[in-house]
Design a protein around this ligand. Structure first.
Ligand code: BG6
Ligand code: MG
Length: 218
């Protein structure tokens, strides 16, 4: 039985993955660090600091310089979020959230982002969400299970009764490490370790998801 669904935010409910990418690209260009969309793929779902470390590779930087770069990347990103609204929800998201609510299944956000609260507000889905676990909630970020375990405790659902919806390899790993069901959105070379894989949530109903997981609707 699934009693709670934990949604990743960036790349699952909204296309902020693109905004994160463009912000890192701008920073990299300004700093003369080689970077492109493909390299960004390896950073999908990682925390701000882990993303920067990934981007820097073996370029050593002081802690102060790293802090400044992270702050600048975040400035660029927050600028993007100012233009966001409910129209930026990806197709299928609202119908699925409403279906879950009508079935009394708890809904949480489990996002590595420190901007998750802000983005959820801008998308206008705060009333549909029971709890938010974000980049401020735990020390260890994905692929560690901590964030999802925290989200599960916020909604009071046992990990084995939670389903995670993720677009990142690190997030799928985190869900599996937490002992939860995982649905991956995107190509199988990215999220193929999940129990079920879909291109996105467009037209996806709760019964379809349960079917894909080999579970029956209750
Ligand atoms: C994740 C994104 O949700 O949040 C990553 O997939 C991002 O791309 C991470 O780096 C941290 O976000 P923020 O807003 O705290 O920099
Ligand atoms: Mg994501």
């Amino acid at each position: 039985t699934i009693r709670g669904v934990i949604f990743d935010l960036d790349g699952v409910l909204t296309d902020t993955a693109e905004f994160h990418y463009r912000s890192w690209q701008k920073l990299a260009d300004e700093e003369g660090i080689p970077f492109n969309r493909e390299m960004n793929e390896a950073m999908r779902g990682l925390s701000r600091r882990d993303s920067l470390l990934q981007m820097l590779g073996d370029r050593p930087l002081s802690e102060a310089e790293m802090e400044r770069m992270m702050a600048r990347k975040n400035e660029y990103y927050v600028e993007f979020t100012h233009t966001m609204g409910p129209e930026d929800l990806l197709p299928g998201v609202v119908p699925l959230l409403e279906q879950l609510r009508s079935r009394q299944i708890a809904i949480a956000i489990g996002s590595a982002s420190k901007n998750a609260q802000l983005v959820v507000e801008r998308l206008g889905i705060a009333p549909l969400v029971d709890a938010i676990a974000d980049g401020h909630s735990v020390e260890q970020s994905k692929p560690a299970p901590d964030l999802f375990l925290h989200a599960a405790s916020l909604i009071g659902v046992a990990p084995a009764e939670c389903l995670v919806v993720e677009d990142a390899a690190s997030g799928v790993e985190a869900a599996l490490a937490a002992g939860m069901y995982a649905v991956g959105l995107g190509p199988t070379n990215r999220v193929g370790n999940a129990h079920a894989v879909l291109p996105n949530l467009d037209g996806v109903r709760w019964e379809d998801l349960l079917g894909k997981l080999g579970l029956k609707s209750q």
